[in-house]
Design a binder for this molecule. Structure first.
Ligand code: NAP
Length: 254
């Protein structure tokens, strides 16, 4: 029975796993980094935690006799994506990727692209602003360098320790977030700037659309460069690639 390892942590990874699990005769395991305290149910067997770099992942692929590894991680999870490509090379196990397309600016968007929190802090300027940080726990610490701003911070798990700034409000929530709800949130908190990742997809686009409508500045972290792998941009596209990757060699024209 072909064994597939899906590197996940995204909605697409969960959907892909569910679609593959519907097919008889495939052994699916989904891998999570283990960062979220109570991850949503994934519906397939899950393993959790790092592998120990590319070599560790290569060893896992070999030991577990995996036939195909699919990188369906978040677009900003660049290390595990690099590790997946390198582990595939080291182990000879085939690899595919699901690469979610980035959002593109449209008329009315007030976007500034930044490399990291330091650049975002510089772009916000010295005058006090009300800033919505739609970022992971790891990325928000850099905003302690700008304690003059008021911050609204939305995260899945509590930010521990809290940001060392005098004005920070925390919201615990898990997407998807609708445009309507995000518009109401931005207005209620008097937000005039958003700092976010260009995650792509619909689940977190609400704030981007609402910001456009409200004329709010959006500072977007540039996407990291990910390794080249045979990839699709949707669950459906990757499912088609899986068929090809698992087809007998003669059918693939090898
Ligand atoms: P990362 O920097 O690419 O990964 C760091 C290490 O975590 C990897 O080297 C690996 O450890 C382990 N790891 C990551 N994903 C794994 C998986 N699916 N299964 C097993 N181990 C995994 O990724 P990250 O630290 O998770 O996150 C980096 C960025 O992505 C952040 O900006 C974060 O906010 C964002 N992100 C967002 C979401 C989301 O919104 N759904 C989900 C994940 C990440 P070893 O080297 O030991 O194998």
């Amino acid at each position: 029975m072909p064994k597939i390892l899906i590197l996940g942590g995204t909605t697409e990874a969960r959907k892909l796993a569910a679609r593959l699990a519907e097919r008889k005769g495939l052994d699916i395991t989904l891998s999570l980094a283990g960062r979220t305290e109570s991850p949503v149910a994934q519906g397939v067997p899950v393993r959790s935690g790092g592998f120990g770099g590319a070599e560790g992942l290569a060893r896992y692929l070999t030991d577990e006799e995996i036939d195909l590894v699919i990188d369906a991680t978040h677009p900003y999870a660049a290390r595990i994506s690099a590790n997946a490509a390198e582990a595939s090379r080291l182990s000879g196990v085939a690899a595919l990727a699901l690469r979610r397309p980035a959002w593109e600016a449209v008329e009315g968007d007030r976007w500034t692209m930044v490399e990291h929190a330091g650049e975002a802090v510089a772009a916000l300027g010295s005058a006090r602003r009300k800033v919505f940080l739609a970022l992971g726990r790891q990325e928000i610490a850099g905003f302690e360098a700008a304690p003059q701003h008021g911050y609204l911070i939305r995260s899945v798990d509590p930010v521990e320790p809290p940001l060392a700034v005098p004005d920070a409000t925390y919201i615990l929530a898990r997407g998807p977030f609708s445009e309507e709800d995000d518009r109401a949130l931005l207005v209620a908190h008097g937000i005039d700037a958003i700092v976010a990742k260009n995650s792509g997809g619909q689940a977190t686009y609400g704030k981007i659309a609402a910001a456009r409508e409200l004329g709010i500045d959006v500072l977007l972290f540039r996407r990291p460069v990910l390794p080249e792998l045979p990839s699709g941009t949707s669950v459906a596209e990757v499912l088609a690639l899986v068929d090809h990757a698992l087809a007998p060699a003669e059918k693939r024209g090898v």
